[in-house]
Design a protein around this ligand. Structure first.
Ligand code: HEC
Length: 115
């Protein structure tokens, strides 16, 4: 029984490690692609012509369509739910996210939802 518990704990540890790796990879993408110039982890900057915080984006998608919804948004086939009236500023960025691989889009979604 003890051995079994040890195995479960080890597996859980490995699983959480890989989740962390995915969101860390997403964090590298937002830096490389310049998303961070408009998106702060916690500070909304919509009134300054920039974007909502990752925390607010995460909260909206956790309440709504979750990771699938974010993947659709990044693929250019979802509607904006956070600040639709400011979507014109974000729209051109979808040219960048659309070109990412499915794995990269997944990493990006994990990164956003980790807030
Ligand atoms: C020039 C500023 C700017 C840049 C750069 C930018 N964004 Fe945005 N982003 C916005 C604004 C403004 C909104 C609010 C409009 C909206 O909700 O779509 C937004 C909204 C979003 C949303 C919420 C979409 C929703 O459902 O409403 C996500 C997710 C997002 N951005 C991801 C990204 C990613 C990933 C990048 C980098 C590839 C990026 N943004 C780069 C300005 C920007």
């Amino acid at each position: 029984m003890k051995k079994f518990l040890g195995l479960i704990i080890t597996l859980a540890f490995i699983a959480s490690g890989s989740l962390y790796a995915d969101s860390a990879a997403g964090g590298a993408i937002v830096k490389k692609k310049g998303c961070t110039s408009c998106h702060d982890p916690v500070k909304d900057q919509l009134d300054k012509g920039m974007g909502p915080s990752w925390a607010n984006v995460a909260a909206a998608y956790k309440k709504g369509s979750g990771k699938d919804g974010l993947l659709k948004f990044f693929a250019g086939s979802g509607d904006p739910i956070v600040a639709p009236e400011k979507f014109s500023t974000m729209k051109s960025q979808l040219r960048v996210t659309k070109k990412l691989s499915d794995e990269e889009k997944g990493n990006l979604a994990d990164f956003v939802l980790s807030h």
